[in-house]
Structures are given as C-alpha cells and as structure tokens.
Design a protein around this ligand. Structure first.
Ligand code: ITT
Length: 195
C-alpha cells in the first residue's frame, strides 16, 4: 500500500489510546503497511463490565471521544478458554496481572479440553454518532506448560494449525496469524477506502 493516511478533519492526528506498548508495536507494524500513521496516547481508560468485548470497547471509545474530541481508535482483546466457561475473556487484563499464566495453567490442570480463542475488537470513532467496529478471532489451544517469553498470554496460546505458542514465534510470524492483525487489517482496509 502506498500513500500516507492521516485524519481529514484534523485539529490533530489519529490517536491510538492504550496503556499497552505491545499493542502499539503491533499496530504500528500492521497499519504502517497501509500508510496509516497514528499518535499513541498512553492512557488507562475505564471499561464497563459486560460479557462482550464489542460492548465494552464501544462504551470506552465513546467515553474517550467525549473527552478528547479527536478521531481515535482503541483495541480491546481477550482470551476465552472453553473449559473455563470463556474465562478470562473480558477480564483478561486483570487475570493476567493477578494469577498470570501459571494461575491459568493451574486452573486447567488435568483438563484434556484445551480449546480457546483469542478475540480482538478495534473501535474507531470520529464523531459521537459515528462509531465503527472491526473484529478478529483466532482459535487455538492452551499449552500445558509455559512456552516462550513474550508478553501476556503469548506463552500459553497455540494458534490452530501451528505447533508453537505465540511466544515461540518471531514478531513477524505472530503478526501473520494474530487476532489483532485480523481486526487491525479490517480497520486499515476500511480507513484507506474512506479517506
Ligand atoms: P489497554 O486496555 O490500555 O489497551 P490492556 O493491556 O489493559 O491495555 P486489554 O484490556 O485489551 O488491554 O487486555 C487484554 C489482555 O489480554 C492483555 O493485557 C494481555 O494480558 C492479554 N492479551 C491480549 N492480546 C494478547 C496478545 O496478542 N498476546 C498476549 N496477551 C494478550
């Protein structure tokens, strides 16, 4: 892709609001291929309690737009483990910070049902009435041990059709298959068409 995409209505540039630097690096690499540049705003924003990432992320995006009045996007993601009834799902960030990967593996000890999925929801907003949602899902399994040393749940998630965890893959290899790439790429295609 060529050309540089910035926001048309621009008192300023497109913002990506997140407190997670790993998301920023992944988004830069994916959106950069489409010529989409953004400014990272390092901010932890409130998330409502709900089962659906779409609902949570949409509310957060509205909350941020009301305060920033600037075109922005956020990304909300979660790991849904079938044997745990979808846990940690929308509570992924908190679960990682509290019980971590070891805690999850402990909860799954003796469980042969290892299926799970990673979901990513990207929400873009540029006016109170204009909110756009892009999703990415990758099915996979939970490993029985910690494998690799990257961020979050990367060391325990093996995407379908692969033998390595996300953490055992190189940055580019994870990007090829990741839930976040799918959602961000949908966003990028839409953005390039719109501008
Ligand atoms: P922001 O809300 O500020 O963007 P966050 O880290 O709190 O950052 P989420 O609320 O979306 O992000 O939490 C999702 C959690 O799920 C995240 O903190 C990781 O622990 C985990 N996670 C999501 N995507 C992941 C990935 O690609 N690899 C590893 N872990 C991931």
């Amino acid at each position: 892709m060529t050309g540089l995409v910035t926001c048309r209505n621009s008192r300023s540039r497109l913002l990506f609001v997140t407190s997670n630097m790993n998301k920023v690096l992944e988004a830069k690499s994916i959106l950069g291929k489409f010529g989409i540049v953004f400014k990272h705003l390092n901010l932890k924003y409130p998330e409502i309690q709900a089962e659906s990432l779409r609902v949570i992320a949409s509310e957060s995006a509205r909350y941020l737009y009301e305060r920033l009045s600037n075109p922005l996007f956020i990304e909300d993601s979660g790991l849904f483990i079938d044997a745990l009834g979808g846990f940690p799902g929308p509570y992924s960030s908190y679960t990682y910070k509290t019980i971590g990967n070891n805690g999850i593996l402990k909860l799954m000890e003796g469980t042969s049902r290892r299926s799970a999925r990673f979901e990513s929801v990207v929400v873009y907003i540029d006016s109170p009435k204009s909110i756009h949602i892009f999703t990415g899902v990758v099915k996979g399994t939970i490993s029985s041990t910690i494998r690799g040393q990257k961020w979050g749940f990367d060391p325990i998630f093996i995407p379908e059709g692969k033998s390595q965890t996300y953490a055992e893959m190189g940055f580019d290899e994870k990007q090829m298959v990741s839930h976040r790439r799918i959602a961000l790429e949908k966003f990028a295609f839409w953005m390039v068409k719109k501008l």
